[in-house]
Design a protein around this ligand. Structure first.
Ligand code: GTP
Ligand code: MG
Length: 340
């Protein structure tokens, strides 16, 4: 599941330091030879992938990234200092392109991955290097090589952490719109959602996760009923699923039945998807029909050892607890090394 966030930045690696022209001046050495050292290397611009960065927002506020020039060479054949590299930390899933050539410079897919996206120039050679048998006292040295300079685009292809599954009309899109800035179409009929929607959920001061709302599933979806199950591939890489059931509907056959039906469809699509950790949510608890059934329906799940989160996606009752549970589950899966 992809969600695109973009930024454009200017990067300039450090130029190489100037080579030095210098001659030895020592007592008792009347005509000292050349001893100008080479310039140091300019700093590289390095992209670093980080799973704890979730957006390119930083890049929007900070569009110029310039590394320092290498230090100049010095007499006594001292090489100039290499300048330190400048790191640009980007979220996992960022693709970096040279805007002039459209060439992909880096595809940041692994946490901690480092790619040099602009190379610092090497230092110019000092005059020592130009000494030959015919020119024992060269009076010139090289300038450093300029550092690479480019304008690059960053494009973040977010990978959803959380997928929402359930029958049509249970309130999947309503939930994503109540917890993120996503504004999918919501309506009181089945199959309102025809393609996946992604939302970014912020909670606490710095934590975020990406949640995907996909079209509803029905019995026989794996045989092509309703919208089919092809949309499930959009949640194949999520770490956890939110499984929503609606107990307000009429006729009502029991939340457990619905839950099992959806799980069977998930299993038909892929056992791995079926095995993802699920958070079971009973939605629409603001409606009278739901209130009347709530206790008994929760009890059915409880008997099977499954905790249920009753919410109203409309009034937001129970939604905070749900978000907390999602973040906790995500932390757990991250610790276990699961997930995307
Ligand atoms: N009263 C009440 N209505 C809700 C709640 N959540 C969703 N609804 C309503 O239920 C209907 C379906 O909501 P959607 O969010 O479109 O449902 P969905 O699961 O995305 O449906 P599909 O996209 O068709 O699969 C809409 O009329 C919503 O306003 C809720 O918590 N309480
Ligand atoms: Mg929908």
């Amino acid at each position: 599941m992809k969600f695109v966030d973009e930024a454009k930045i200017y990067i300039k690696a450090g130029d190489g330091g100037q080579g030095c022209v210098s001659f030895r001046r020592e007592k008792f050495v009347p005509r000292g030879g050349p001893d100008g050292g080479d310039g140091g290397k300019g700093g590289d611009i390095i992209a670093v992938a980080s799973r704890s960065h979730r957006t390119l927002l930083d890049m929007k506020f900070n569009q110029h990234h310039v590394a320092k020039r290498g230090g100049p060479g010095e007499g006594g054949n001292r090489t100039g200092k290499n300048s330190s590299d400048v790191e640009i930390i980007v979220p996992l899933g960022t693709v970096i392109r040279d805007m002039e050539t459209n060439e992909i410079l880096a595809d940041m897919v692994k946490d901690g991955q480092r790619v040099i996206i602009a190379k610092g120039g090497i230092g110019g050679r000092g005059n020592t290097r130009f000494k030959t048998s015919t020119n024992r006292a060269p009076r010139y040295a090289q300038k450093g090589i300029p550092g690479e300079e480019k304008t690059v685009s960053l494009e973040l292809k977010l990978i959803a952490d959380v997928g929402i599954v359930g029958f049509p009309n249970v309130g999947k899109s309503t939930l994503i719109s109540s917890i993120s800035a996503a504004r999918p179409k919501i309506a009181d009929y089945p199959f309102t959602t025809l393609k996946p929607n992604l939302g970014v959920v912020n909670f606490g001061n710095y934590k975020t996760f990406v949640i995907a709302d996909i079209p509803g599933l029905i019995e026989g979806a794996h045989l092509g009923a309703g919208m089919g199950i092809q949309f499930l591939r959009h949640i194949e890489r999520t770490s956890i699923l939110i499984h929503i059931v609606d107990i307000s509907k009429d006729p009502f056959t029991g939340a457990w039945d619905d839950y099992e039906t959806i799980n069977n469809e998930l299993a038909s699509f892929s056992p791995a998807v079926r095995e993802k950790p699920q958070i079971v949510v009973i939605n629409k608890i603001d409606l009278t029909a739901a209130v009347e059934r709530l206790e008994e329906q929760i009890a059915v799940f409880k008997e099977k050892g499954i905790r249920v989160f009753p919410i109203s996606a409309v009034t937001r009752e129970g939604v905070e607890e749900l978000i907390r549970e999602i973040s906790q589950k995500l932390d757990e899966t991250e610790k276990n090394g699961e997930g995307a």
